[in-house]
Design a protein around this ligand. Structure first.
Ligand code: FAD
Length: 461
């Protein structure tokens, strides 16, 4: 191999460049092309005086070690911080409800704590208890299934609609009834297969398999960096020694050559033997028309806006203490979630301030993302105003939009990704796909996948 070109300078592209420098022979030329004027992609920390506000992702699941390893590899291991733990809530049409203790992504590990939840009526709790302790006689699925339908069959609709769905759709955008069980939370089916039923399977989950367990941990399950996630992408960029990074370079088309590919960009043509493409699926479809375009077309990401509101103590009065809430489909609000940053990430907020980070935009209802900043702030304040007393305008409001946001992970997602990659190997040899659309939507998933692909590339010589 003579040269490798990486398209996209988000965390996936930067990780690819970093590990390519480590594993590929010295004489391989590495180029990283980024369409915008900055590296980091969705990761961007907005620093204002004493505050560091995340515009995109704010943390990663600590048990997914690929990201910790990368952070350590670039020398930032000492800057890892863990989240503060506390009560989280679900917002329904009738207000906020605490998420019951000892649940993993809303799934109960014990029956009794659920008795006190305001999310279920007495009769619904009794029915759930019965389903957990005397599981319905259903076989674990042999192939991928809809996560929602799988859970509904085993624990009933009320807990799925009021607790599990709001929590899961906060992570994986989209309809839980269309979401792939195997590509999102394989722990459910794996546990059922191993222990005979879902409830026993979940109770036996090893701590590292528990995505987010409420109420059992002293240390948070998420991690971030003291100076924000941008410090990671900045550091990776600083550590690149032999990668040529070209900003403001947008790839517009890819042409095949006898050996390799020609990238047509706004800054001229670039020829490369190998490519790693980390751009959104719609561009892959455009660049590589010979592969499964139906799948790529279906992977249309939904847009999200976030709005961070800075208040001084006394500006707002919370009737509750906690780290934030997610909203259910039943709630009559536009916002989809809110993180109380000063509770979840105390290091990021000086004493005497509250920072609320609000999320807006659901699949199929994301017009709000294109509204003006003023309208987004007004919408957030209106919805929050139904839950707390807000005495003054926020001292500061930072609105961000992620238009190429979260792609749907529908049933058979992993099978289709596997098939797509096999097809790519045949029709576009030397082109690799990496990023949010394939092997998991979180940053650690993107990092792990591209790190492994680089190692395989190096092994091929
Ligand atoms: C609202 C939201 C919240 C999230 N929160 C979390 C979280 O808390 N934790 C977590 O782990 N994950 C989170 N994620 C997911 C996380 O953001 C992604 O996993 C990760 O940032 C993906 O990185 P990437 O490099 O693959 O893509 P991107 O960051 O999107 O990078 C792609 C890059 O390609 C560039 N590009 C596009 N087109 C071209 C072109 N034609 N030519 C050249 N360059 C091009 C873009 O400018 C961009 O810089 C969140 C995602 C969203 C949308």
């Amino acid at each position: 191999m003579r040269n490798l070109t990486i398209v996209g300078g988000g965390i996936t592209g930067l990780t690819a460049a970093f590990y390519a420098e480590r594993y590929l022979p010295e004489d391989v030329t590495i180029t990283l092309l980024e369409a915008s004027d900055r590296l980091g992609g969705k990761i961007d920390t907005f620093e204002t005086g004493e505050f560091a506000v995340e515009r995109g992702p704010d943390s990663y699941v600590f048990r997914k070690t690929a990201m910790t390893e990368l952070i350590q590899d670039v020398g930032l291991g000492d800057e890892i911080v863990r989240n503060g733990v506390g009560q989280a809530y679900v917002l329904h049409h009738d207000g906020l409800h605490p998420i019951p203790k000892q649940t993993v992504m809303g799934f109960p590990l014990y029956v009794d704590p659920l008795k006190h939840t305001t999310l279920l009526s007495e009769a619904e709790h009794a029915a759930l208890r019965e389903m957990l302790l005397s599981p319905p006689n259903v076989e674990p699925p042999e192939t991928d299934v809809s996560l929602g339908l799988y859970l509904r069959e085993r624990v009933g609709d009320p807990i799925v609609d009021r607790l599990i769905e709001p929590l899961l759709s906060g992570i994986y955008a989209g309809d839980i009834d269309k979401m792939s069980a195997l590509s999102t939370f394989p722990q459910f089916i794996e546990g059922e297969k191993r222990y005979g039923n879902l409830y026993e399977g979940m109770r036996h989950l090893r701590p590292e398999q528990r995505v987010a367990e409420v109420g059992a941990k002293k240390v948070g399950q998420f991690a971030s960096l003291k100076r924000g996630l941008k410090s990671l992408t900045d550091r990776i960029a600083e550590r690149l020694e032999r990668t040529e990074v070209i900003l403001n370079c947008s790839v517009e088309q890819v042409e095949e050559l006898a050996t390799g590919y020609r990238l047509l960009t706004n800054r001229g043509d670039i020829d490369s033997e190998r490519l790693i493409l980390t751009v959104p699926p719609r561009l892959i479809r455009q660049f590589l028309p010979k592969v499964d375009s139906d799948f790529l077309a279906e992977m249309k990401p939904h847009a999200t806006a976030t709005c961070s509101l800075v208040f001084k103590e006394g500006d707002i009065e919370f009737p509750f203490v906690g780290t934030g809430f997610v909203t259910s489909q039943e709630a009559d609000v536009v916002i989809t979630a809110c993180t109380f940053i000063d509770q979840k990430w105390p290091h990021a907020v000086p004493d005497g301030y509250h920072v609320l980070r609000v999320f807006l935009g659901r699949p199929g209802a994301d017009d709000i993302v294109e509204a003006s900043d003023e309208e987004i702030v007004a919408t957030a304040l209106r919805d929050l105003g139904g839950l707390m007393t807000i005495h003054t305008e926020p001292r500061q409001a930072v609105v961000s939009r992620l238009r190429d946001g979260l792609p749907p992970y529908a049933v058979f997602h992993s099978d289709r990704v596997r098939a797509l990659r096999a097809e790519m190997g045949r029709v576009y040899p030397g082109v690799l796909l990496a990023g949010i659309a394939y092997d998991g939507i979180g940053m650690p998933d993107c990092i792990k996948s591209v790190h492994e692909q680089i190692k395989q590339l190096a092994a091929q010589g």
